[in-house]
Design a protein around this ligand. Sequence first.
Ligand code: BDR
Ligand code: CA
Length: 334
Amino acid sequence: MDAPAIERTRMIIDTDGGVDDAVAIWWAATSPDVELLAVTTVHGNVDLGLATDNVCRVLEAAGAPGVPVAAGYATAIGPTPQIRPATFIHGDDGLGNTYRPKATFGVVDEHAVSMLLRIVAEHPGEVVVVPIGPLSNIGAAIQADPTWAAKVKRLVIMGGAALTQGNALPMGEANIAHDPTAADVVALADWATPPLLVGLDVTHLATFTAAEVALVRGHHTAAGEFLDVPLEFYGRFGGTFCAPEEFPCHDALAVMTAVHPAMVTGPILPLGVQVLPGPALGATVVDRRAPFFARADPGATQTVPDGFGPWEIGLHVDVDAFRAQLHRLFGPPA
Ligand code: BDR
Ligand code: CA
């Protein structure tokens, strides 16, 4: 008897074209468990043009030139704070200063927001959307069609934090801080199921160690060959907040978790975004009080102010499962 067909996760990735984005896209494009419907691009790590070129480069190198790529917002949809450009982490070209030739294909003739709206409407309840850059495209999609969020199967974002500090700002993680207004719109949208926050609390634990770096350096796979120099560049500053000699791969963790939900888990709690100027601008604020009140007084509830929506807050991460996926990507083949 034939083995039962395993349903692949239908996915759209929205990305700002950096090094960890490249790992995430390569993994999704080559995973037997993913049907990558499209990749949409947004400003962030580098400008929109570079981000878009990088996505095409990665898809071509990964053997997936047929995945449609659509360019989106070149700027935030709301006011933004001053943030140091991320070129010291991702390189001036977003791929560790490798300056590889452009891919032989480019973007399709459709704006990223229109593509996000269209594909999800064509497959209501079936598409997992994974933003791994600033949330400008996703926020704009919700503003254009407030019913869109309810048609998304699940939203899994790389961004924010519940317990730890920011990276781009004192309390602001880069993807939130680059467009706090968009993040606020996304936080409060009418999602079918609580979105998952894959934030710095978990991405700083799911790291490349010397073992994973050695695999990449061994060039056992095309991914290792292509991503070796970018990851070497990225590792210098990318690991600032991690254990010594380790560095995270934020976006890869979010994309993998969208397919393997047990990889990152946590409680459903109210989440809001600090959009007003001030010391905590760009912070994700998680109301972590409820479980304590419920423990002290079963049935008790606490007032939650306006500006919060229910999210699953990633606090637990299966680091071994994450690294096992990296080993699949970088070999050596079993
Ligand atoms: C996030 O910011 C970007 O620099 C990375 O690509 C990742 O999406 C980490 O804070
Ligand atoms: Ca990113």
